[in-house]
Write a protein that binds this ligand. Structure first.
Ligand SMILES: Nc1ncnc2c1ncn2[C@@H]1O[C@H](COP(=O)(O)OP(=O)(O)O)[C@@H](O)[C@H]1O
Ligand SMILES: Cc1ncc(COP(=O)(O)OP(=O)(O)O)c(N)n1
Length: 268
């Protein structure tokens, strides 16, 4: 079968749990060929982010041109993009090369509480980048910033996801990982994706991994509902199989093998 190619445009996490590193692990685990355009380098571990170096926008553009001018891109995932110049360069590139699927995780703050987006860039994120995506995957705090209101229950999520989709003129998957109870994510079509909540501190990288898994499944030809359902099951298993590393919130775990019956066996 023809190998599918998936590109992540995101920040680097030195601890290997989120950002570019998580995305490439997901792409490999799902049997796709992963490529990366790095927008920022974060000094990060399981405890938090201690430093950020944004990459020069022209270098981001050169990385994008290098990939798109040579290699077919079946889907793109966009993660941490911290300033307006880099947003503009990415938007121009998406406009020029027209990849078939663009999944954008509008990363603003890491779970550790550290900011990953310059505050004066939120308007550009809202007006330039988000409307170019096929699907955006905000968590609750991100959706609250984008809408300017609080979202405190699944009932409020149902209303919020429709408002966001209207405002951004794109499909929205609103993630419910920050509420209590079952982990329920809601698509702007009204379809809901639910899994039991796993009581664990080891959830670093869930948002990055969900969006990159959706991008990989779209590249593999799944329709959007199926891509989300499979990505959610992938993240659920990756949380279940997380093991403690470091002194804080450990990353989820991406590696599984296939047994002789073609079933996935997670390597814990
Ligand atoms: N403890 C958990 N148990 C099961 N699923 C979870 C848990 N935490 C998050 N998820 C799921 O992981 C994905 C990412 O969720 P969320 O934490 O809301 O995003 P982010 O990592 O961007 O903050 C969503 O599909 C969410 O439902
Ligand atoms: C470089 C980088 N990009 C994105 C994030 C946010 O990742 P996420 O999957 O939402 O995981 P948490 O930070 O919330 O654990 C990040 N931390 N670093």
């Amino acid at each position: 079968m023809e190998r599918k190619h998936v590109l992540t445009i995101a920040g680097s996490d030195s601890g290997g749990g989120a950002g570019i590193q998580a995305d490439l692990k997901v792409f490999s685990a799902l049997g796709t060929y992963g490529m990366s355009v790095i927008t920022a380098v974060t000094a990060q571990n399981t405890l938090g982010v201690t430093a950020i170096q944004e990459i020069d926008a022209q270098i981001v553009k050169s990385q994008l041109d290098a990939v798109f001018s040579d290699i077919r891109v079946d889907a793109v995932k966009i993660g941490m993009v911290s300033n307006q110049e880099i947003m503009d360069v990415i938007a121009e590139s998406i406009q020029r090369y027209q990849p078939p699927h663009v999944v954008m995780d509008p990363v603003m703050i890491a779970k550790s509480g550290d900011p990953l987006l310059q505050e004066d860039s939120i308007a550009t994120l809202r007006s330039v980048l988000l409307p170019m995506a096929t699907l955006i995957t905000p968590n609750l705090p991100e959706a609250e910033v984008l809408l300017g209101c609080n979202i405190t229950s699944t009932t409020e999520m149902r209303q919020a996801v429709k408002e966001l989709a209207g405002k951004m003129n794109t499909q929205v998957l609103l993630k419910g990982g920050h509420l209590d109870g079952d982990a329920v994510d809601i698509l702007s079509t009204g379809k809901e994706f639910s899994s039991p909540r796993i009581e664990t501190p080891h959830t670093h990288g869930t948002g990055c991994s969900l969006s990159s898994a959706i991008a990989a499944y779209l590249a593999l030809g799944e329709p959007i509902d199926e891509a989300i359902a499979k990505a959610k099951e992938y993240v659920f298993q990756a949380i279940c199989h997380a093991f403690p590393i470091g002194n804080g919130h450990s990353p989820i775990h991406h590696f599984y093998q296939w047994d002789q019956g073609g079933r996935k066996v997670w390597d814990s």
